[in-house]
Design a protein around this ligand. Sequence first.
Ligand code: KIV
Ligand code: ZN
Length: 386
Amino acid sequence: MSKTQIQIFDTTLRDGEQVPGCKLNTPQKIIIAKQLDLLGVDVIEAGFPVSSPGDFKSVEEISKIVKNATVCGLTRSVENDIKIAAEALKYAKKPRIHTGIGTSDSHIIHKFKSNKEAIIERAVRAVSYAKSFVEDVEFYAEDAGRTDNEYLARVCEAVIKAGATVLNIPDTTGYCLPHEYGAKIKYLMENVKGIDKAIISCHCHNDLGLATANSIEGIINGARQIECTVNGIGERAGNTALEEVVMIMKQHPYLNLDTNINTTMLYGISQLVSENMGIYTQPNKAIVGANAFAHSSGIHQDGVIKNRETYEIIDPKDVGVTESAIVLTARSGRAALAYRAKNVGYELTKLELDVVYAEFLNFADTKKEVIDSDIHEIIKTTKIYN
Ligand code: KIV
Ligand code: ZN
């Protein structure tokens, strides 16, 4: 049975760039956009064109160079935003305007000082106006995570009638639990008239560390697009991490979901984004962190040396990491020491290993990590090769 294709909508250059102090300039954005296109993302959200001349320029330049992906520009439900976005996207082979408005009571009452019917009218006007420029119009219901499902369904129905091709259901504040977010998507799939004319998109924030889990629940319940960023960067606690959702689908084939992503590029693009944004990736970050394939305790090292799959569910090569790392610390065992010693040229017998290991433990207690040059030193101290 062929797998259901999930669209990957990358918003590293828009929502991801909302990380305080991490502004990218246009040449940097172009470098990242080219790599995202090669990576195989389906949509690149290149910026928010009305927000600044720099962002307009970035969206325009990215539109010129992207070969395969749809290029998308964000707007509010404001005519001028939409007109400017259309202008910035004019060179794109596949342009998309992403427009929307807040739909939760909190947004309607406090942000817009409006009411539910007036918000639907604004949403419909925005989508219709965007449709006068491009065929592909995505609508976001900001704070959909805290929007009552019945009203959300009415908003979705109205914007589909106006021509929206994608319905973005953002958990803007990262509040939903996975089962709630999944139920919301299911409710929309079952209750929005005309839902077959559009696809639902998940856009989850990570305030409670649930962005990835929520996005996966969303697609299990019928959504067909995930909005995400490289390394999960973004406003506050960030967005859904692209590398996480992609590898979840790859490592769980029974879900029967697939993407166009070339996963062997994941580590490289993670490094590229981290360097350009000046944001250090936490070592324990899933998939792309420095320790994601590093083993330091004796029991784990012994297992991995015998068979990598004992403690690794992903082949590091599948995400562009050359190999698993056996890190030597005072918690390491003989198997790890013998393995690393062999890598630097010493084939130790069992007796030799006993001697070297005793010396190694004394040394390792004084250091965080024992590196290759230390191994030479330790072996020299034992005099077994004199
Ligand atoms: O989190 C959010 O609601 C957004 C929208 C503007 C799509 O980023
Ligand atoms: Zn967002």
